[in-house]
Design a protein around this ligand. Structure first.
Ligand SMILES: [Zn+2]
Length: 325
């Protein structure tokens, strides 16, 4: 019955239907909560940060704090543009998403990678990078080393989130969307099912990627490549390091680099996991099913080296900005 209805629909109607469906999916898509499953292991491996051992330990200790509840269940005054309606809702763990992501808007030049709803830029992560970096610089300038480093670690956290392509584009690979879920009847049920299933499957690929990176990061697999200047793909930020707006421009440059890396990540992850993470019994966000992190995937490692090198370099530049006004 459903097949017949779709087959009989005029072509422009089916295109419209597909667009409407995607809009509906993305309206309610709840993001996975974290970008990197633990920022401390990443921070500990960045080799050129201008901090001594004690300061680095402090930076690492506070790097995960923004994922521990401070950005959840916020009052509406913190979200004047009501961006949470697109980015995980206003309550619960996913309500922090709007401060940890940035979708820079749909671009004609990359129509599939940058497909997003709404089409304009959404997400507060670059602003959070700037606000916390300014607080850090002020506190450090006043001699409050402890609180200054804490704010700097928060700023580094938001910056590193943007180096994760799942935090800068909504659909990393189109095959991650479970199109078959629409085959429920009646059509309203198909809509609802597709929204629910897309949320689950995209989260599965997001979680699997985080888990893969953390597992191999802790094994030391990325120690050299994340500090390799040849791996960095960030373009120069729009302002000089001396600018008071530099941290935000740096964040936007990192997000742009992640948009460029997203198709490579999507292909590598589909090559490693195929469509297995779309299977109905797998819901990693809710402890259902598990995912193998071994053997390593050369393609996934290659794109991860670039993403982590971007995160590392951006963190070094942020620290430099905060310490040398
Ligand atoms: Zn985060």
């Amino acid at each position: 019955m459903v097949q017949l209805e779709i087959a009989c629909a005029p072509r422009h109607n089916s295109n419209l239907m597909r667009k409407s469906l995607l809009s509906l999916i993305l309206l309610t898509l709840s993001p996975a909560v974290h970008a990197w499953d633990g920022h401390a292991p990443l921070v500990q491996r960045i080799s050129r940060m201008q901090l001594n051992a004690q300061e680095r330990a402090s930076f690492a200790a506070f790097a995960d704090e923004p994922d521990k509840g401070m950005d959840q269940n916020l009052d509406a005054s913190f979200d004047p543009l009501n961006e949470r309606r697109w980015m995980g809702g206003t309550t619960g763990s996913t309500s922090q998403g709007f401060r940890h992501m940035y979708f820079g808007g749909w671009r004609v030049s990359q129509p599939l990678t940058t497909f997003q709803v709404p089409t304009q830029a959404i997400g507060q992560a670059p602003n959070r990078v700037l606000e916390t970096a300014r607080d850090a610089r002020k506190l450090l300038g006043e001699g409050n080393r402890a609180e200054g480093l804490r704010r700097l670690a928060w700023s580094g956290h938001y910056l590193q989130d943007l180096a994760q392509p799942f935090h800068s584009v909504q659909i990393v690979h189109w095959r991650m969307v479970p199109w078959g879920a629409i085959g429920a009847w009646p059509p309203a049920k198909g809509f609802e099912n597709l929204v629910k299933e897309t949320t689950r499957t995209i989260s599965n690929y997001h979680w699997a990627y985080e888990g893969y990176v953390l597992y191999h990061l802790k094994e030391g697999a990325f120690d050299s490549c994340l500090n390799d200047p040849a791996m960095i793909t960030i373009q120069a930020p729009a302002t000089a390091l001396s600018s008071p707006d530099y941290p935000r421009e740096l964040a936007l440059a990192v997000a742009d680099a992640s948009v460029e890396l997203a198709p490579e990540l999507g292909r590598a992850e589909m090559e490693k996991y195929g469509t297995r993470l779309k299977e109905s019994e797998i819901d990693l966000a809710h402890d259902k099913g598990n995912v193998e992190y071994t053997p390593r995937s050369a393609a996934l490692d290659q794109v991860t080296c670039k993403a982590l090198a971007n995160a590392a370099r951006a963190t070094e530049l942020l620290v430099e900005w905060a310490l040398h006004p």
